[in-house]
Design a protein around this ligand. Structure first.
Ligand SMILES: *Cc1c(COP(=O)(O)O)cnc(C)c1O
Length: 368
């Protein structure tokens, strides 16, 4: 059906880079096992191919049963953990049938898991709230919760989890405080421990514990605003590209795009690029100062992002042609830069790509 089509917007996904970034996690936290976060379709990168590239991870983490079943349907039989746990007794049964491990963060989930027979027991992580105030039992209830879980036939206790609220802010006292609350709450209690997301892995060795839970860094993006991925030894996994659709000259004083928000200072050759917010490029990008790349040269976004198109200043690429590729993010420019200019984070940029984007999987390791 797609024969003869030239894809407009492509997301090149480098699975060799995923493996490189997993090795970077291992190097940063050599004593810990790795639960790789591939929820939300592997942060928009494609859960099944990314899971296959992560065959060496000790476990995979997804948000919900539906995401886990997608992996099982593809024949992936690694340990899979549901970070939000079950939402009904039916889901508890699915977990038993498909050997899915769950996070338990609410008493109601114990009732649902309690409907299972002992022979069907599901691996359970108890989530404690140490300050994020999102999911989890209060730290003060750790011992009582463990008792309740151990008295529930459908539950096999594995360990304890908590989530760090400010791990990406190196100076925040919050992380040390959360680590201490977690340790104090669990003193004398059995079970494995897990606290660290990517920022925790890279900035807070004390949070490594038995299991680390990297997400963003596996995709080659930096969790810190003051440190680039390349300086952290990470390799970007996704390269988002489109093509020049049309070129034309505009005169000094002309305006470009909706709202006529950008005015030409001098006669300029512009390229219209086939990408817009309907592909996932942020409409909130400013109407000047954002730089993409054509043939190793920078091209500046001019005017507003529309649904299907943007305009760029081609002054620095005199030999540009219609059909040329335009790199929107992936290494240069980094997704973090574009995200920041749009007032968001790489997390949201990745997850915001739409079905119109064509995914192309490559393996930089296999190539050489
Ligand atoms: C998504 C998620 C992670 C991974 O976080 P990153 O910041 O992407 O590394 C870890 N733990 C939990 C509970 C999560 O939901």
């Amino acid at each position: 059906m797609s024969g003869g089509l030239t894809p407009r917007v492509t997301a090149g996904i480098d699975l060799g880079a995923v493996r490189h970034n997993l090795a970077r996690v291992r190097a940063a936290a050599p004593e810990s096992r790795v639960m790789a976060a591939i929820k939300a379709d592997a942060y928009g990168h494609g859960a099944v191919p990314v899971a296959r590239a992560l065959a060496d991870a000790d476990a995979l983490a997804v948000a919900c049963v539906e995401e886990a079943l997608q992996l099982r349907d593809a024949g992936i039989d690694q340990t899979v953990v549901l970070l939000e746990g079950v939402l009904s007794a039916d889901e508890a049964r699915l977990c038993a049938r498909h050997r899915l491990a769950v996070v338990v963060h609410d008493r109601q989930q114990l009732t649902w898991l309690g409907a299972l027979a002992e022979t069907e027991a599901v691996d359970c992580w108890i989530k404690l709230d140490t300050g994020m105030n999102r999911l989890g039992f209060p730290s003060t209830e750790a011992a009582r919760t463990l008792e309740a879980l151990q008295a529930t036939a459908g539950c096999r206790f594995i360990g304890w989890m908590t989530h760090l609220a400010c791990a990406d802010e190196r100076q925040s006292p919050m992380t040390a405080w959360q680590i201490e609350s977690f340790d104090a709450a669990l003193r004398g209690l059995p079970g494995q421990r897990s606290l660290a997301n990517s920022a925790g892995i890279l900035a807070h060795p004390r949070a490594h514990a038995d299991w680390v839970r990297p997400g963003l860094m596996l995709y080659g993006a930096s969790p810190f605003t003051d440190e680039r991925a390349v300086d952290l030894g990470l390799r970007p996994v996704m390269t988002l590209r489109s093509r020049i659709l049309s070129m034309h000259e505009v005169r000094a004083g002309d305006s470009v795009g909706y709202g006529a928000r950008w005015h030409c200072q001098r006669d300029t050759r512009l390229g219209v690029v086939a990408v817009g917010y309907a592909d996932g490029l942020h409409r909130s990008l400013p109407t000047s100062g954002v730089r993409f790349r054509v043939r190793d040269a920078q091209v500046e976004l001019v005017g507003r992002v529309s649904m299907d198109m943007i305009s760029v200043d081609l002054s620095r690429v005199p030999d540009a042609r219609v059909g040329d590729r335009v790199t929107l993010w992936g290494g240069n420019p980094a997704v973090e830069e574009i995200a920041a200019q749009a007032g968001t984070l790489a997390y949201e940029s990745f997850c915001g790509l739409t079905r119109r984007v064509k995914f192309e999987y490559i393996d930089s390791d296999a190539a050489d």
